[in-house]
Design a binder for this molecule. Structure first.
Ligand code: SF4
Ligand code: SF4
Length: 413
């Protein structure tokens, strides 16, 4: 008889892997910071040692949109696989139920039954899970070494402590009172599924024409954490956890037969090819475009932001040689953490370098910003016309960024 392959160990491995990655990321250091760190007071975000500032908000929105389309794509293709394999809610509940069984408690769809000591131990585990969930979130804002340092000094700070405890309280209430009820009745993602699941989505079903082999042993029903009898057909409460598949495989293996229940894409028996439909391809394409846009923007990001405004208090004037002198307020910000010696050059489009009056050579300290007036001497445009000037910022010979500005005709006094 062939060895039976079970899905449960793979699902549990994946859940543990995700939990370790989530908890572990703030402990991994890169350039003196956590691998992923939000710096709310400075409105900044660190990823792999690279600093992203609020000025680069477009990158954040691109990331959010790309993630949204990826999530939509995966949900349309794989249904509630997130719920069964990756959602922390499921992972916490699985862990709690596994522990309850280990200490001899009875786990059913209507609660976890056991004596007072067992309930005490289970609730202690709930508390530990809740605290870990709450504070692992806080560590993305206050790195663990800083957090524990502050804790040891008895001054953890109101926001880190308050946020961690609040989140822990929410998780604790969920674990004590809701668990699978949350997935069944309240989870917005589950409701969302009813709108986007289609005839190609991956679901778990009894294979067509195989139900006549069913032994009616109800092992699949007993194994289901959502209380579903999958033999009645697909139900939206199903979280794609595959426990029923394993239960049926186990029972049928004793008969020398293969299981009756399986993951299937759609209902037509065409396998994964049903995914090659226009709707899914369009969502996938939009994700790829957004991901490519994000990759391009990240690889072409500049360490300096440059903004230009006409200086309102200093009107442009005509010089003796007929050229005009126009003043701009220049706002420069060093988005990196390294000091940068900078040089500003202005030129007409396709023209030669223009004379600047003001500080066109300066050094900006890491994370520093400066605003100053800069006058540019350029040819006086004809009445009613505008002259376009390009301001370029260099660090040494490396072009960092550029910005366009306009000058207007100046009347003779
Ligand atoms: S029907 Fe099967 S896959 Fe769906 S929730 Fe129940 S055990 Fe999990
Ligand atoms: S576990 Fe398999 S054989 Fe038993 S009731 Fe469910 S589908 Fe039928």
């Amino acid at each position: 008889m062939n060895r039976v392959s079970y899905i449960g160990p793979k699902r549990r491995f994946f859940q543990w892997l995700l939990a370790i990655v989530w908890i572990g990321i703030p402990f991994i250091r890169s350039d003196g910071r956590s691998l992923v760190q939000f710096d709310l007071p400075n409105l900044a975000f660190y990823f792999g040692g690279a600093l992203f500032r609020i000025e680069e908000m477009h990158l954040f929105w691109l990331l959010v949109l790309a993630t949204l389309f990826l999530f939509l794509f995966l949900t349309m293709a794989l249904g509630r696989i997130w719920c069964g394999w990756a959602c922390p809610q499921t992972a916490f509940t699985d862990l709690a139920e596994g522990f309850a069984r280990l200490i001899g408690m009875r786990v059913g769809n209507h609660g976890i039954k056991g004596n007072l000591y067992q309930q005490g131990a289970l609730h202690l585990l709930y508390l530990l899970i809740a605290l870990l969930a709450g504070f692992s979130f806080v560590w993305y804002f206050v790195p663990p070494d800083e957090f524990f340092g502050r804790l040891a000094a008895a001054s953890p700070g109101f926001w880190p402590l308050g946020t961690g405890l609040l989140l822990a309280a929410v998780v604790l209430v969920d674990l004590v009172f809701l668990r699978r009820l949350f997935c069944r009745e309240f989870c917005p993602y589950g409701r969302f599924q009813t709108v986007i699941a289609d005839s190609a989505t991956l679901t778990i079903r009894a294979l067509p024409g195989e139900l006549e082999r069913c032994l009616d042993c109800a092992a699949c029903l007993r194994a289901c954490p959502m209380g579903i009898d999958i033999r009645d057909g697909f139900q939206i409460e199903c979280i794609n956890c595959a426990r029923c598949i394993d239960a049926c495989r186990r029972v049928m293996a004793r008969q020398g037969q293969k299981g009756i229940i399986a993951y299937t894409f759609g209902t037509g028996g065409r396998g994964w090819r049903v995914l090659l439909n226009q709707r899914l391809m369009l969502i996938g394409l939009l994700f790829l475009i957004l991901a490519a846009g994000l990759a391009y923007n990240v690889s072409h990001r500049t360490p300096v932001s440059l903004k230009l405004q006409r200086a309102p208090a200093l009107p442009a004037r005509l010089l003796d040689d007929g050229w005009s002198l126009t003043f701009f307020t220049v706002h420069l910000r060093n988005l990196s953490e390294m000091p940068l010696p900078l040089r500003i050059v202005a030129a007409e489009i396709g023209g030669k370098e223009l004379l600047l009056k003001g500080p066109d050579n300066l050094t900006l300290r890491g994370d520093g910003k400066k605003s100053f007036r800069l006058g540019v001497v350029a040819g006086n445009p004809p009445p009613g016309a505008k002259g376009e000037i390009i301001f370029t910022v260099y660090a040494g010979t490396r072009k960092i960024t550029e910005s366009r500005a306009y000058i207007t005709h100046v009347e003779e006094e």
